[in-house]
Design a protein around this ligand. Sequence first.
Ligand code: SF4
Ligand code: SF4
Length: 303
Amino acid sequence: MDSALIKQIAQQLGFDACGIARVDRVNDEAMKRYHEWLASGKNGCMDWAQNHQAIRENPELLLEGARSVIVVAMNYYPHVFQPDSAPQFAYYAYGRDYHEVMKQRLWKLGEAIERETGHASRACVDSAPLRERYWAQRAGVGFIGWNNQLIIPGKGSYFFLGVLVTNLELEPDEPCLDHCLQCRACEKTCPSGALRCGETVDARRCLSCLTIEHKGDLPEWVKDVIGNRVYGCDECQKCCPHNRDAVGNTTPEFQPKPELLALTRDDILSMTQEQFSNIFSHSAVKRAKLAGLQRNASIIHNS
Ligand code: SF4
Ligand code: SF4
């Protein structure tokens, strides 16, 4: 089983991109940047970012005898959109939770490897302390833009990433050496000043982190910049010229429920737990819980 066959199977499983890197320690520059991000406190409420530093630096600790890192990507750019006046959900949350969708497909890829070669694999979709964007760049899938997103050349950044770490030795791809256009549109468009081009995101000011991850009351200043973003924020992607030609995804699981597209602010504010579960039971939105969503809805306004 070689790299070409792995990529063929990945494509058959519905992945839009696939690249392979050799297992190695994460390079010093990337780890230094990460440690500086933590030391500055910019990880904000993402306390988990401080855990498992040794694994974060060395994927071999995730799977004994690991030889290759297979990185896959799936498009989540929507075909249909909420009305502009509706409380806005980040595009990635329109459909079924990508963790579920991608993991099941990665497990199938791992099973194929085991069946053909007897080698073990471990699937990770935001579920292990792995530097996914770093490995995506190493595996030739894309580059990290000034908006801190992984950008696939010619396709953009509306992609979920998943990783399969495997004991199978595979021919690696060349790292992606492209870089973003450095136009600064993302920095200028960010509603809350969380982005400075060339630097890491300040999660303490990022509306995506605040509306999804933050527990308890939001800082007062958020009211002035939240607009009608009730769950997440896509501004630093929407403005990026690399996303100009984004194409709507065709994955059935990622298509939005009509109930989500039709939601109003009043619907959210009066929503019962049962209604929330019906709409969001297999959605990433359940991460914020009903209380978090209603907290956000209580302060949004049309910008
Ligand atoms: S908006 Fe401009 S600076 Fe920001 S990531 Fe895109 S190309 Fe780079
Ligand atoms: S997600 Fe929104 S708030 Fe966060 S950095 Fe991007 S534009 Fe700024």
